[in-house]
Design a protein around this ligand. Structure first.
Ligand code: KG4
Ligand code: ZN
Length: 349
């Protein structure tokens, strides 16, 4: 297998011929399609399924059916908005995992069918790797090595990214992911799904220092996270919360809860940067959309070259899939047509 086209200092995205790549993302409840050419995103369509809102979380069977219903029109819209023709597509990149088995299947089956019909290659993409590489969309000058805090609904991990295809896992959560902590916290507070943006909105008008929620592993050097105790602590707190008592508001509770998550994330990121002596860092995944997290990271890591994907590339999207797909296809990687979905796919270490 060919080695990736990579330079020690960054990705040489413009090496080799440009390719028109369609990206397809259906790992959870976002149906998304995008077109990437030469590292530039020409279109990026995302449909967040509203159908789950009344359930307070994603219902897998409903999500799969929604993907099947939406994919065709979304993909054709993405091609049209990109200003290219269907016949000029040169490859399809589709998320193969991790994610929900049924929703992944919807995207992979659709992509394989289209690729076969057009007689173009298809490549299965690791969703986690795509989140990490989304950072290059905002910051094309990002250089290796860098530390990546990957914070999404299913993952909270710290990676040392040495270069493309060379990743070291520095630490991860023992239980809930940071996004999950936001989602479960929001549910306890009676807010909507996804919980991250809801808690962030409420927290804007609260004092983060009001309640001292537990922050795990703050006193150890281990790069580990645990958020399940925090969620339980919120649950107990709310059992005794009295809305008529005007000394502590619900906004204060949300701000304190959010602060407990963010402080641990940044503290562990800082420890990893000190340990590895790496001076470049990115924060990626859905939780990276959090404004307070962004501000705090800049505040706490003043000497680090820090970047975040643009807001639209933090939460699930197909642009990141198409972008990584183009890099891989240019390097000669493809997937055999019988490749399967991998709901528990890890990032290769
Ligand atoms: O990356 P993503 O879209 O999906 C996964 O791969 O899991 O991340 C979704 C997670 C959800 O848990 C959501 O609550 C969280 O990202 N999230 C946020 C914000 N926007 C999305 N968390 C905190 N603040 C936000 N603004
Ligand atoms: Zn994701």
């Amino acid at each position: 297998m060919e080695k990736f086209i990579a330079q020690k200092r960054g990705i040489s995205r413009y090496e080799g011929n440009k390719l028109n790549i369609l990206g397809v993302e259906t790992s959870c409840d976002e149906t998304a399609a995008a077109v990437c050419t030469n590292g530039c995103i020409l279109s990026n369509i995302i449909s967040s399924q509203k159908i789950h809102q009344s359930f307070g979380g994603v219902v897998p069977e409903l999500a799969s059916r929604e993907h099947e219903r939406l994919l065709n029109s979304l993909v054709f819209r993405a091609i049209e908005e990109a200003g290219i023709s269907l016949s000029s597509l040169e490859g399809i990149a589709v998320t193969k995992g991790p994610g929900l088995a049924g929703t992944l299947l919807a995207g992979v089956c659709f992509s394989k069918g289209l690729a076969q019909g057009l007689k173009i290659p298809v490549i299965g993409i690791n969703h986690l790797e795509a989140h990490i590489f989304a950072s290059f969309l905002e910051n094309p000058n990002l250089t290796f090595p860098f530390v990546c805090l990957l914070v999404s609904g299913g993952h909270t991990q710290v990676w040392l990214i040495n270069e493309i295809d060379n990743y070291e896992l520095m630490g991860e959560t023992r239980d809930d992911a940071a996004g999950e902590a936001f989602d479960k916290g929001a549910r306890i507070l009676g807010l909507g799904y996804p919980g991250g943006p809801e808690i962030e909105k409420l927290a804007c008008n609260g004092n983060p220092k009001t309640i001292d929620f537990p922050k795990s592993f703050m006193k150890t050097n281990a790069i580990e996270f645990s958020f399940s105790g925090l969620k339980t602590s919120l649950l107990y707190y709310m059992d005794h919360f009295d809305e008529s008592d005007d000394t502590i508001s619900i906004e204060d509770v949300a701000a304190s809860y959010q602060n407990a998550i963010i402080e641990v994330l940044i503290h562990k990121l800082k420890q990893t940067l000190e340990m590895t002596h790496v001076k470049t860092c990115v924060i990626a995944g859905g939780v990276a959309a959090n404004n307070q997290l962004r501000q705090k990271a800049h505040q706490m890591l003043p000497k680090i070259s820090l970047s975040f994907p643009g807001l639209v590339y933090c939460t699930d999207n197909a642009a990141m899939v198409a972008f990584l797909g183009e890099l891989k296809l240019k390097a000669g990687y493809t997937s055999p047509i019988n490749f399967g979905v991998k709901p528990n796919l890890q990032l290769q270490v």
